[in-house]
Ligand binder design. Sequence first.
Ligand code: SAM
Length: 312
Amino acid sequence: MEMDLYRPGCPRIPNHSRNPTCTSQLNINAMKRPADDRTPARDPHRFINDLEPEMINRLVERLESRGKDRVFTRLFDSYSSRLGLQSGAQVLEIGCGTGVVARALARKDDADIHITGIDHSPTLIRVAHQLADEEGVSNRLTFEVGDAHALAFQDTCFDAVILHTVISHVGEPATVLEEARRVLCPGCTLVVFDGDYASLTYGYPDSEVGRKMDWALARAAFNNPVVMRELPWLLAATGLDLHDTLADVVSEIGQASYFRSLAETYAPLIAPAGLARQAEVDAWMDTQRKAMQDNRFFASCNYYSALARRMD
Ligand SMILES: C[S@@+](CC[C@H](N)C(=O)[O-])C[C@H]1O[C@@H](n2cnc3c(N)ncnc32)[C@H](O)[C@@H]1O
């Protein structure tokens, strides 16, 4: 099915290959890697086109359930209200997944804006089209397959660019920021929202094993787990002026939903990536599930929104 016949707004680069990262369906076992702290594990979002359909479905469910989480909708509302979007604005969401953020922007009826979402997963783009149709917001949205490292759009054609939990997953954060800057109009804003996954932590009786499992989970799930603390340097090197930041702690104490889904989605990747033994992962997961049942759960992670302006 051709997904991008209707392409309003920003002009495309002629003959641009918009799907350079798509690969054939490989086995999830391809995600095995040695436990080398300098070598990131195979982040499933980065290598989503290599995953089995069952794992992609799990990621789809997680994105959609997170999109309904009140904590995350509050964080999205906080940064999006600072974008100052005017009527007629063209917004680009890079790494839009199933379109949670794009749909939320499209539902805001106070601004007549158009949102273009790109993602390198054809499956997620298909789901994004379907959900936008079901919600009746597709007139404000365009979704297409594309790579964040080589955007198909001409220079200076968007009034805002959003990277919502994407910079932690991409192969080359600096290249993605350069591309975001290139397509932004002068004076317009890029917002980067993501976690600092060195702060991701779950309660565990043995604190040493607990710390090891926290970092194993972060490395299994994110190609760039600490990129948010590198962002001020990366933005400056890209010629973007950091002008506003928001910091939030996301935590669940007693019960869990967001951190339950995070653990259940990514803990199965830890042992195949060689980041811990399967027995350690199983014991850790059992302890987390029991803590959730007994109202004794604890987990938390810091999230940041960085707003940066293109000056020239
Ligand atoms: C955690 S999801 C976030 C999706 C969406 N922004 C949201 O918050 O619901 C990360 C997304 O980045 C996409 N992604 C990762 N690397 C990419 C790349 N090089 N080009 C385009 N999309 C990419 C993945 O396919 C995935 O949909």
